[in-house]
Design a protein around this ligand. Structure first.
Ligand code: GUN
Ligand code: ZN
Length: 351
């Protein structure tokens, strides 16, 4: 195919398949957004047929945008995991998914029950972990939505099944952080809550990681946990900006994510552009100008390092899965009109 770009399939490190229809719902911040749109919508996934229909749309959208690997939240209903992973198996995508754990501060319809939620998680691990291209992620929604008993149980499962992934949210929004501090007054920081329950380790992916100090960054680095940077979600609910300069200085793993439906687009190109804006707004001035090569890397080979899949997906090296997308650099009239001399450098780099 002359003139086309053959590239590794994109990796989305953090997305919510049930929030496909929540994209673009305006709110005064994260917590009202959850309460007014997200929780009521996720309650609909008690209906397995509905879950299956949304899973189909979601996976077709990922594939249409060239995303072939994703770490996705389902809902608290175990059947939502089965719906997603069955549909994903049919399409041959690499999907890591988990039943959300949320046994408190959650309304009827999405709140689960501590013991049953842990039994359901273990049954899903046994059904899906390592089956074809599927993987399982233990998925505490965020510390404020989980009792200590649920977090402890999640940590025990994480120790018992070291190949399984962990996914959650941390340090996204100032009100959320104040709430976490109130609920866990003995923890040094919000991130340290997860450490206390054995939920920081290799294969643990935390969405956002916006309002961190250097001790948090060092904790990420030293435990091997990784950040799913979600720039359209930084911008839409207005949570703040991921500090790229801090991440580089301390050196913890991070890669890009859509965070649909807090994020606004499945498109890796929208996400990469938003990451450029977020880099400019970094908390330490002056902001960075992230290069196109670096942005692309954060959505492919760099993203693959976060969940420990660098030998599996995210680049074209021998031994990796043959997981490619074909891109047409002349797909639009604007791009066809662009002189070749203005072509953007796609030099890849490791930072
Ligand atoms: N924190 C807890 N749940 C969620 C969610 O669904 N989306 C986002 N962006 N943050 C969360
Ligand atoms: Zn999220």
């Amino acid at each position: 195919m002359p003139g086309r770009i053959l590239a590794p399939g994109f990796i989305d490190l953090h997305v919510h398949f049930p929030q496909t229809d929540v994209i673009g719902s305006p709110a005064d911040g994260l917590l009202p957004w959850l309460e007014n749109y997200t929780f009521p919508h996720e309650a609909r996934f008690a209906d397995a047929d509905y879950a299956e229909s949304v899973a189909s749309v979601f996976l077709d959208e990922l594939r249409r945008h060239g995303v072939t690997t994703a770490l996705t939240f389902c809902t608290s209903h175990p059947a939502s995991v089965d719906a997603l992973l069955r549909e994903s198996e049919r399409r041959g995508l690499r999907m890591i998914a988990g039943k959300v754990l949320q046994d408190r501060h959650s309304p009827d319809g999405v709140r689960d029950e501590t013991e049953q939620s842990l039994r359901d998680t273990e049954a899903l691990i046994q059904r899906w972990q390592g089956r074809g291209r599927a993987g399982y992620a233990i998925t505490p929604r965020f510390a404020p939505s989980c009792t200590e008993a649920q977090l402890r149980g999640a940590g025990e499962l994480a120790a018992q099944y070291p190949d399984v992934w962990i996914q959650s949210h941390v340090a996204e929004n100032k009100d959320e952080i104040a709430w976490a501090r109130q609920l866990f007054p003995d923890a040094r920081s919000y991130l340290a809550v997860y450490e206390g329950f054995g939920l920081l380790r290799e294969r643990a992916i935390y969405a956002h990681c916006i309002h961190f100090d250097d001790d948090d960054r060092a904790l990420m680095r030293d435990t091997g946990a990784a950040a799913a940077v979600s720039p359209t979600s930084n911008l839409f609910p207005g949570s703040g900006f991921f500090d790229y300069e801090g991440a580089r200085r301390v050196g913890f793993r991070h890669g890009l994510a859509s965070d649909v439906g807090g994020g606004t687009s499945f498109s890796p190109f929208h996400t990469m552009l938003a990451a450029y804006y977020v880099g400019r707004e970094g908390q330490t001035k002056p902001g960075l100008s992230l290069s196109p090569g670096n942005l692309w890397w954060q959505h492919t080979a760099g993203a693959a390092q976060a969940p420990g899949l660098e030998a599996v997906v995210g680049n074209l090296t021998p031994g990796c899965e043959a997981d490619f997308v074909v891109l047409d650099p002349k797909a639009t009239p604007c791009w066809r009109a662009r002189p070749a001399t203005r072509a953007t450098s796609t030099n890849c780099c490791s930072r």
